[in-house]
Design a protein around this ligand. Structure first.
Ligand SMILES: NC(=O)c1ccc[n+]([C@@H]2O[C@H](COP(=O)([O-])OP(=O)(O)OC[C@H]3O[C@@H](n4cnc5c(N)ncnc54)[C@H](OP(=O)(O)O)[C@@H]3O)[C@@H](O)[C@H]2O)c1
Length: 316
């Protein structure tokens, strides 16, 4: 039997990378195997991946030599950075450059770079529709990814740029679920007005990435956007109400109110939602639903995701 092609996966113990490792390892006849990158090979999550049969290797995005070792002999590399670990656009830039350099040294044949739009192409820094943050960004965790898209292609790496969408899992892990208002009714708060928010189950990002690797060179040199659904805040609240079996009201606040909520990253997210609201034709257009389902026919809808996960959303 032919040797299996190795896919080296950054962030393997996290949402996107974890989904990819599980997709690869649940398809033993697919011709691929996963190499899971982690800073701690002994963590419970790393052990879970090893138990699936994945090779688990130590690597740190700060350390190019560790990435070179981790990418050596790999056919593919899934490259993702972790803004919310450090809140530093410069660190995200550096991590992307380190992965690109290591992929080049290792001669990786297909890189998937998990990216987002550089929103300054739509809202330049001197445009005061939204505040400039951290000196030179509008949506730091978007801009920092989009501005280094070129580092992979500059090195001549065969690359697919993957535009991801808002994880519905943020309702569980990021404090974005409905909260009880003063009258005891659940309020689902988003600064999106009537705008549609492309969303996805994070597990489906990794599954889609696996489909992209499986399709060989079809998406090399291309930008691919994925989403499970494009839903308004009102539509999401209605789905949450169906899942909870009680009223959930959409609470459409203005972006400037959201930016003032005071939690770490509130300004960044306020700008992000405003960008998605104000440029939704472009933003939704880059995440076509027919394409997403053609790529991954099992792509979940919000209702399907809620059927499995609504009980995990904290209810206060
Ligand atoms: N939340 C959303 O809606 C959303 C939507 C689209 C895009 N994104 C983007 O997704 C990215 C995060 O991806 P994710 O959600 O899959 O991450 P995640 O679930 O937060 O996982 C992060 C993993 O990265 C690893 N990690 C962190 N720092 C590392 C380093 N220096 N070197 C090596 N590994 C490191 C950690 O693994 P170990 O501890 O095992 O090393 C951790 O398990 C962010 O940049 C965010 O902007 C998020």
């Amino acid at each position: 039997m032919a040797e299996k092609k190795i896919i080296a996966v950054a962030g393997a113990t996290g949402g996107q990378g974890g989904g990819l490792v599980r997709a690869i390892m649940s398809d033993p006849d697919g011709g691929f195997t996963a190499r899971a990158l982690t800073r701690n090979v002994d963590s419970p999550k790393a052990r879970e991946l090893a138990a699936l049969g994945a090779e688990v290797v130590a690597a740190d995005l700060d350390d190019v030599a560790s990435l070179e070792r981790a990418f050596e002999g790999a056919y593919g590399a899934y490259c993702v950075t972790f803004f919310w670990e450090h809140f530093s656009p410069e660190k995200e830039n550096k991590h992307a450059k380190n992965m690109a350099a290591a992929a080049k040294t290792a001669g990786v044949q297909h890189v998937i770079w998990s990216t987002l739009e550089d929103t300054r192409r739509w809202v330049p820094l001197d445009d005061d529709r939204m505040p400039t943050l951290m000196g030179s960004y509008k949506v730091p965790h978007f801009d920092a990814k989009g501005e280094v898209d070129h580092v992979f292609t500059d090195l001549g790496l065969p690359t697919t740029h993957l535009l991801t969408s808002f994880y519905w899992d943020n309702l569980i892990h990021f404090g974005m679920g409905p909260k009880k208002g003063e009258d005891g009714t659940f309020l689902f708060t988003l600064p999106m007005g009537e705008g549609k928010l492309p969303g996805i189950a994070v597990e489906d990002i990794g599954r889609s990435a696996y489909e992209i690797f499986k399709r060989g060179d079809e998406f090399i040199g291309k930008t691919v956007g994925i989403a499970g659904e494009h839903l308004t805040g009102a539509e999401m609240a209605a789905a949450l109400a169906r899942a909870y079996g009680e009223e959930v009201r959409y609470n459409a606040v203005e972006p400037e109110v959201y930016r003032g909520f005071g939690f770490p990253g509130a300004e960044d997210l306020g700008n992000m939602f405003q960008f998605k609201r104000d440029f939704q034709e472009d933003f939704c257009g880059s995440r076509d639903l027919d394409f997403s389902r053609e790529l991954l026919p099992s792509m979940q809808t919000f209702d399907a995701w809620l059927a499995e996960n609504a009980s995990r959303i904290p209810r206060e």
